[in-house]
Design a protein around this ligand. Structure first.
Ligand SMILES: NC(=O)c1ccc[n+]([C@@H]2O[C@H](COP(=O)([O-])OP(=O)(O)OC[C@H]3O[C@@H](n4cnc5c(N)ncnc54)[C@H](OP(=O)(O)O)[C@@H]3O)[C@@H](O)[C@H]2O)c1
Length: 311
């Protein structure tokens, strides 16, 4: 028997499988980006309170405001009581919802009993966590990082320990009620290694793996745990002042992201970022991506160091 017929069958089956995969991917993308989740993130569907860490600036503040607009009562957590009071007053006057504030510095590890007491008895529907996060002040080789020893502790406490501890505090009641959503802020820097931001990038990969692992553990208990991986958003942390299509304002990003809750366990949260995520991880070979990201880091580093010298 000639090889022609089996090869033809194999070719046709491969073409059919590829076409089906593409069609399914397009349908699922249309479901997420065109239809959304039908207003899932509402207090009547998840629970009365939303807890937002890093709630006084950037993406966290935008979550607090958007969730309040949707009717959630809000617990705001970050370091400065003064900033917490400002955001809380503005939310109360704009949205008329109840608020609570907890001042806590996530670079310490002795804050969790205070947070536990502050959250006791609340029906928590949403935890918007890791909206507090720290990065490098500029891209740098690991061994050249200023104050390396304390920097490692602080970054691990703020970016990693806090996400585990906040989950430990909030998840048990969600499991009991069989309802709730935990939105953990990772970063596109957690999708692939980012040299010269290695500790930050690795901490964001931790948040991503932790969230996806937990979702598999608690999915059938009715709790949503989502890993959120934005590219640049115009905030203080990213040092981007003017929003553009690919670097949206925190408000625009959060509105888009909340439509993906319950539909994607791992999400870039915003259509242009999803396209960027697909190009960087599915299309570009890892070696080329790594070399490109290293090049960008090196040029940002030398610009920063030159500026420091001139200043
Ligand atoms: N912006 C981006 O382009 C981008 C991209 C990918 C991922 N992310 C991630 O998104 C999250 C939010 O970033 P962002 O850009 O919104 O940051 P941001 O604008 O700098 O805001 C950070 C918030 O966290 C609070 N905070 C900072 N350090 C804290 C600490 N030690 N303890 C308690 N609260 C603290 C700040 O308030 P106080 O100063 O009052 O404490 C502020 O409310 C981070 O996890 C970041 O890694 C951001």
């Amino acid at each position: 028997m000639s090889l022609e017929f089996p090869l033809l069958c194999l070719g046709s089956l491969t073409a059919l499988w590829l076409s089906l995969t593409v069609v399914l991917k397009l349908l699922s993308a249309a479901r997420v980006w065109l239809l959304g989740n039908g207003g899932l993130v509402r207090p009547e569907r998840l629970g009365r309170w939303a807890v937002v860490t890093g709630a006084t600036d950037g993406i966290g503040k935008a979550y607090a405001e958007e969730l309040a607009r949707r009717g959630f009562s809000i617990v705001l957590i970050s370091r400065s009581q003064e900033k917490l009071d400002d955001v809380s007053n503005s939310i109360v006057s704009k949205c008329g919802v109840e608020t609570k504030t907890i001042a806590a510095d996530f670079s310490s590890t002795d804050i969790y009993s205070k947070i536990e007491v502050g959250l006791k008895g609340l029906e928590i529907g949403v935890l918007g966590d890791k909206q507090v996060g720290i990065s490098y002040s500029y891209p740098e080789f690991f061994l050249n990082l200023p104050d390396l020893d304390p920097f490692i502790d602080t970054l691990v406490n703020v970016n990693i320990t806090s996400v585990c501890q906040m989950t430990r505090i909030v998840l048990p009641r969600m499991v009991e009620r069989k309802k709730g959503a935990i939105l953990n802020m990772s970063s596109a820097s957690g999708m692939y290694p980012v040299p010269l931001l290695s500790v930050y990038s690795a901490s964001k990969a931790f948040v991503d793996f932790f969230s996806r692992g937990l979702q598999a553990e608690y999915k059938n208990k009715g709790v949503i745990i989502q890993s959120v991986l934005p590219f640049f958003v115009a905030t203080k942390l990213s040092k981007i002042r003017r929003p553009t299509l690919d670097k949206p304002s925190p408000q625009r990003y959060v509105e888009a992201q909340l439509r993906t809750v319950g539909l994607q366990t791992q999400t870039n949260g915003y259509l242009p970022h999803a396209v960027m995520g697909w190009v960087t991880t599915a299309l570009l070979p890892a070696q080329i991506l790594n070399r490109y990201v290293m090049g960008v880091g090196l040029s940002q580093r030398s610009r920063y160091l030159k500026k420091q010298k001139l200043g």
